[in-house]
Design a protein around this ligand. Sequence first.
Ligand SMILES: C[S@@+](CC[C@H](N)C(=O)[O-])C[C@H]1O[C@@H](n2cnc3c(N)ncnc32)[C@H](O)[C@@H]1O
Length: 234
Amino acid sequence: MSSDNEIGFESSKLGTKEYWDSFYKLEHNNFKDNKEDIGECWFDASNAENNMCDYIFNELSNIIIKEDVKICDLGTGNGHLLFQLFEDGLKGNLIGVDYSETSVEFAKDIALENNYNVKFFKSDILNSKDSFLIENVNSFDIILDKGTFDAISLNGEKLHDDKLGVQIYPDAVATLLKKDSILLITSCNFTETELTNHLTKNGQLKVFGKVDYPVLEFAGHKGSTICTVAFQKL
Ligand SMILES: C[S@@+](CC[C@H](N)C(=O)[O-])C[C@H]1O[C@@H](n2cnc3c(N)ncnc32)[C@H](O)[C@@H]1O
């Protein structure tokens, strides 16, 4: 752990590329030994992946009905969320990006092994010079994020224009989305209100909907351990 960043989180190793490179290298090696072992599924205990898939099939059906629908999972890790959508029957272009080369290699291998029609690319979504970002302006109908904005919030490093990753992220997402299209994001670091404040600040995204999770009550305070919110590009 090092110093606090401006949004109140302590920087952590989970906010570094080195951490994810070695994490996915290990998971990839495990997979090479055992093809059933596809690694960690983040927020599994909260059923986040199923909830995101259900939201897409139920609430975004008018978008996914298009055969050429383009969906991008930011910080895809092992790509599991996209594989689930593929298995659930979603047709269209399913694309996962991650800044960790080892994640991309791992996800590609799982796709190959299982004949999943999902593409993966290396991309640092916070780097405005990144070729994936440049080539995919106003391109996606749905963008997914499960735990990536959380990981980004744990890096207190100032990037370009003296901005933190959390401040760059909303612009990057808005750049990739078509007008009226949707970001569906799951977080355990931010409450729904905090997430909304961060993501609507640039005036390019507005709240579209959310997934309801069980509300826990402790010492007079109510809340969920996780939230999934949909934002629409204005
Ligand atoms: C908590 S993991 C979640 C992985 C995956 N979404 C899941 O649900 O299993 C965070 C992911 O974000 C990726 N990541 C963090 N910063 C990134 C950035 N600037 N650009 C692209 N990917 C990033 C990490 O490499 C890691 O795969």
